[in-house]
Design a protein. Structure first.
Ligand SMILES: Nc1ncnc2c1ncn2[C@@H]1O[C@H](COP(=O)(O)OP(=O)(O)OP(=O)(O)O)[C@@H](O)[C@H]1O
Ligand SMILES: [Mg+2]
Lengths: 247, 309
């Protein structure tokens, strides 16, 4: 297996705050990796840097062997790295089909000639089939997450970055969405990097976890090792349980 | 992608036919002249609406493109005595050149840069006309353009046909996948980026299209007035156009054209009220925009034809 993504010494400072500190890791093709970390650990910031929405203060990112640093976000997408947003960002005033159609217009999707058919198919793929004409305004949170995934898939990514897809969902919704993501990983030959701050969701899903705290990567390994890691226990488990208790 | 509904096509044909026949019932050429200006405003307003209405990037200096088209016609026809028909394509080209000049550096930025740059560029051009008065005729402007057609009624029909083509072309574009992207840009640029869309490219091209039609309208106006002067570049023209679009219903294109025609007619009809004219006009606008924040024409038309769709 070759490295699809190679992150080297990435640091991001906001004034005095270092949101991401000297982060280095690689993703292999076909891997399903999770990023774990409590609120404010720098997970979303790291995603923003990988996808070109923010420039790192220092460090380099190679995707498919190409340096992606300083590429505009849309260019990164067209190189095959697509993301979803933690706070879903649909196009309001448009229906579900149109929301996905926009992404079907990206240069990377130029092979898909019948854009409508492709968008409609993708809605079916994420479990929103037959609802093409529904407006997004009335969509429940779980469906908005699915829509975000359909939009990302429309750009035919090699690497899919999912920012807390399970946040705010009930346990049955989580199970359904997890199934969808698992299926995409298996059938569509996708490499997936998924952010989550509750350890529980990871265990069944990912094969490797990158644990972050205060902007630093503190541990990398399979989930069953991560739960036993001293630093991780110190940083998260207490908090995670608190979060569970309060949820 | 979307088709234009049959009822909209029928409505369009009726309005154009009505407008075409209207001057026949007037004794003098006065109404023909007024209607010609009305229709030219329709071209200006619908071209503004295509870029700014769809993408949400407000252009506060549409008069830059209008004036560019008009002065191109002025220089060509009056000073270099070219065939007046040359004015139309060249007016379009020069207006598009200006759109690149302003759009290229500012449309890649977020925030108010584009709106302000358009506003300043049009104001600068107005000043330049005065500064280089030896070439531009200063305050007086350029006189003695050749008319495109001898018969005013024929010219009116010609301009009306151009408005119809403008509205049809821009509406088809707005309803295509392209138009969908422009509306997506209005919605959320970051999401567009995440969808792999080169937002800047689409904004610049839509501004070029908008500028091209505005420049065409400017050249048509110049060949109607047979004269061009610096106020063509003024903020007043830009603001008037924007108000027309808001009254028409932003993003609808046909609404902008119809509102432009009605409001221009209204100004003309209010001439009899002398100095109260501006007050009545402003009050009417304020009432419309206050009670109908989505505009008057397009929402009204949609309401009336709801059952027929
Ligand atoms: N644009 C910004 N400007 C300044 N500070 C920022 C910016 N974006 C993020 N931060 C700060 O960087 C730190 C990391 O934020 P980030 O959103 O990456 O955390 P996260 O791990 O995604 O947290 P959460 O689980 O809450 O989503 C936080 O302290 C945050 O306040
Ligand atoms: Mg986050």
């Amino acid at each position: 297996m070759t490295d699809l993504l190679e992150v080297n010494g990435v640091t991001k400072r906001f004034g005095g705050l270092t949101a991401v500190k000297n982060a280095s890791f690689t993703l292999k093709k076909g891997e399903f990796t999770g990023i774990l970390g409590p609120n404010g650990a720098g997970k979303t910031t790291l995603f923003n840097i990988l996808t070109g929405f923010m420039q790192p203060t220092t460090g380099t990112i190679h995707f498919n062997g190409e340096l992606v640093r300083e590429l505009a976000p849309y260019k990164v997408v067209n190189r095959g790295m697509a993301r979803t947003f933690q706070l879903t960002r649909p196009f309001v005033g448009m229906n579900l089909l149109e929301n996905v159609l926009v992404a079907c217009m990206s240069p990377r999707a130029s092979e898909d000639k019948d854009k409508e058919a492709r968008a409609s198919y993708l809605l079916g793929q994420v479990g929103l089939g037959g609802r093409d004409k529904e407006p997004v305004e009335t969509l429940p949170y779980g469906d908005l997450r699915r829509l975000e995934i359909a939009r990302a898939l429309a750009t035919r990514p090699d690497l899919l970055l999912l920012d807390e897809p399970f946040a705010g969902l009930g346990s049955s919704e989580i199970e359904q969405l997890a199934q969808l993501i698992r299926r995409l990983h298996r059938e569509e030959n996708l490499t997936i990097l998924l952010i989550e701050h509750k350890l529980r969701e990871f265990m069944a899903l990912v094969s490797r976890v990158i644990a972050m705290n205060f902007g630093e990567i503190i541990a990398v390994g399979p989930p069953e090792e991560i739960v036993k890691n001293e630093k991780v226990i110190e940083a998260y488990i207490g908090k995670t349980e608190e979060a569970h208790a309060s949820a | 992608m979307k088709r234009i509904a049959p009822i909209d096509i029928a409505g369009g044909i009726l309005v154009v036919a009505f407008l075409a026949l209207l001057p026949m019932f007037a004794a003098s050429n006065y109404l023909t002249g007024v209607l010609t200006v009305c229709v030219i405003y329709g071209i200006w307003a619908s071209s503004w609406d295509f870029m700014s209405g769809l993408t949400g990037r407000e252009n506060f200096g549409h008069s830059l493109f209008i004036g560019a088209g008009a002065y191109t016609a002025g220089f060509l026809s009056s000073i270099w005595s070219t065939n007046p028909w040359v004015s139309l394509p060249l007016g379009v080209v020069i207006a598009i050149a200006f759109s690149l000049l302003v759009g290229f550096p500012t449309l890649r930025l977020r925030g108010p840069y584009f709106a302000l740059a358009m506003l300043s560029a049009s104001a600068i051009l107005q000043r330049l006309c005065l500064i280089f008065w030896e070439y531009t005729g200063g305050e007086e402007g350029i006189y003695g353009l050749d008319p495109l057609m001898k018969n005013p009624l024929h010219y009116y029909w010609f301009v009306l046909a151009i408005l119809a083509v403008t509205v049809i072309a821009l509406t088809l574009l707005a309803q295509s996948h392209w138009g969908l992207l422009l509306r997506a840009i209005r919605g959320d640029e970051a999401t567009c980026q995440a969808a792999g869309i080169n937002v800047t490219f689409y904004k610049i091209v839509s501004l070029m299209i908008s500028a091209g039609f505005a420049g065409l309208g400017g050249a048509l106006y110049a060949h109607y007035q047979l004269q061009v002067s610096p106020p063509l570049f003024s903020v007043v023209v830009s603001i008037t156009v924007i108000i027309m679009v808001y009254v028409g219903g932003i993003g609808s294109i046909y609404g902008a054209a119809v509102a432009a025609i009605l409001l221009t007619l209204l100004t003309e009809m209010l001439r009899g009220f002398g100095e109260y004219r501006l007050w009545i006009y402003t009050l009417t606008l304020m009432l419309i925009l206050f009670f109908l924040p989505n505009g008057l024409i397009a929402p009204l038309w949609r309401r009336l034809t709801e059952r027929l769709r």
